[in-house]
Write a protein that binds this ligand. Structure first.
Ligand code: HEM
Length: 207
């Protein structure tokens, strides 16, 4: 939730600008020319990022199983909108910073995020909860890399300037870091996760 705060706030300001508010953010000619996809992208991400995080709370799932199911259905839609609008902008917004390298990475990430959501839904429909968890972690990690990129792009461009290569590598690093953390979380031994949940200092979890 904390990670996605900056892009969600920046996105809300962008939507305000598009709605006729005062110009606050640096101009983006692609958004000025065709604003609809970025509006969809930002509104869907503003729902997916905070509420998606809650889906991973074991305590909430135990206490409110209906909440997980109902919000999960909405989040699948929101996640698909984030990925498909990201894909649309990659394909049709021309001249975005980062050149061909970032274009290719975005194509891969948006497709991987959408595919992970589809596989996560397919897994839960066949009651394969382990696979469902795995694919939903992957999709969420790719989405909230927008927050990691605030750091990687800030540091990368601060150190190496704003060339196409530096932008491509620093933005892509955000996705690489989040994907690596997701794979680590997925592969963490289950016993360690269970032990943490069952600790006596967490009385709700032991019900
Ligand atoms: C929680 C997740 C995400 C958030 C909060 C987010 C946020 C944003 C925001 C605020 C913008 C507008 C930037 C501006 O005002 O100039 C944007 C643009 C964009 N986003 Fe995302 N994003 C997310 C996930 C993704 C994903 C997964 C992709 C997949 C590739 C993606 C691809 C793009 C693209 C291609 C643009 C347009 C870039 C340009 O041409 O300037 N985003 N995003």
């Amino acid at each position: 939730m904390a990670l996605s705060l900056v892009p969600v706030i920046a996105g809300s300001l962008r939507v305000l600008e598009i709605a006729g508010g005062p110009p606050i953010l640096p101009a983006n000619p692609r958004i000025d020319a065709v604003p609809a996809p970025v509006v969809v992208h930002i509104i869907a991400a503003a729902f997916y990022a905070p509420f998606g995080a809650l889906q991973f709370s074991a305590r909430l799932r135990r206490r409110q199983p209906h909440w997980h199911r109902r919000s999960g259905r909405l989040l699948v839609g929101a996640g698909m909108l984030v990925a498909s609008s990201g894909l649309w902008m990659t394909l049709f917004y021309t001249g975005a910073p980062g050149g061909a390298l970032l274009w290719a990475v975005r194509l891969l990430v948006a497709t991987a995020m959408a595919a992970s959501i589809v596989l996560g839904v397919a897994a839960v429909r066949r009651r394969d909860i382990a696979a469902h968890r795995t694919w939903m972690i992957r999709a969420y990690a790719l989405a909230v890399a927008a927050g990691t990129q605030v750091f990687t792009q800030g540091i990368g461009e601060g150190l190496f300037g704003t060339s196409q290569l530096s932008t491509a590598v620093s933005v892509s690093s955000g996705w690489v870091i989040n994907a690596a953390i997701a794979e680590w979380v997925i592969r963490r031994p289950a016993t360690r996760r269970t032990r943490r949940v069952r600790t006596p200092s967490a009385p709700v979890a032991s019900r």
